[in-house]
Design a protein around this ligand. Structure first.
Ligand SMILES: Nc1nc2c(ncn2[C@@H]2O[C@H](COP(=O)(O)OP(=O)(O)O)[C@@H](O)[C@H]2O)c(=O)[nH]1
Ligand SMILES: [Mg+2]
Ligand SMILES: [Zn+2]
Length: 145
């Protein structure tokens, strides 16, 4: 399964339409260099056609709209932790509702015991902080226009 991600106007939907003609994805006019318009407004997964005599399933392609903003404000600390597979088990020793930001968080001992790289915990906590708006959002939020 492949995902096309990129600035609006770079040709994602045009490519998808060549690969999956039935997709009939809307294609936009580009108004100026580097200034695409957001024509495709939703992400859509399309099954790629199997060429004659092909033995393997060619899989899926996903067309996405241009990215305007990306944030993690709605993601809980525990959900975010699941993106760090090497840290998840370390949270078993945390107190209930641990915010994982420090103070009594078992992740420090987990990393201290060598179960995961300290930079991974630091990265996780940077994301937590950016989510809370503490770092001006540079780690957890990207604006692409
Ligand atoms: N010159 C050129 N124009 C392209 C190419 N691919 C797409 N376009 C044009 O770029 C514009 C934006 O394409 P679109 O597929 O809507 O981009 P998307 O926003 O990434 O999905 C349309 O006018 C396309 O016809 C290409 O390879 N070369
Ligand atoms: Mg598009
Ligand atoms: Zn914790």
């Amino acid at each position: 399964m492949s995902v096309l991600v990129g600035h609006s106007g770079v040709g994602k939907s045009t490519l998808v339409n060549r690969l999956v003609p039935e997709a009939a994805r809307a294609v936009g006019e580009v108004s100026a260099i580097g200034r695409g318009r957001h024509i495709s407004s939703s992400a859509v997964a399309l099954r790629l056609p199997r060429p004659d005599r092909a033995r393997t399933d060619p899989g899926w392609i996903i067309d996405t709209p241009g990215v305007r903003s990306f944030g993690l404000a709605h993601v809980s600390a525990d959900s975010l932790l699941h993106a760090f597979a090497d840290l998840v088990d370390g949270a078993a020793g945390c107190p209930p509702n641990c915010p994982h930001t420090g103070d009594g968080c078992a992740l420090d001992a987990w990393v201290g015991a060598g179960h995961a790289d300290p930079r991974r915990l630091a990265s996780y906590r940077r994301l937590l902080a950016s989510r809370a708006g503490d770092t001006g959002g540079d780690a957890g939020t990207a604006m692409i226009r």
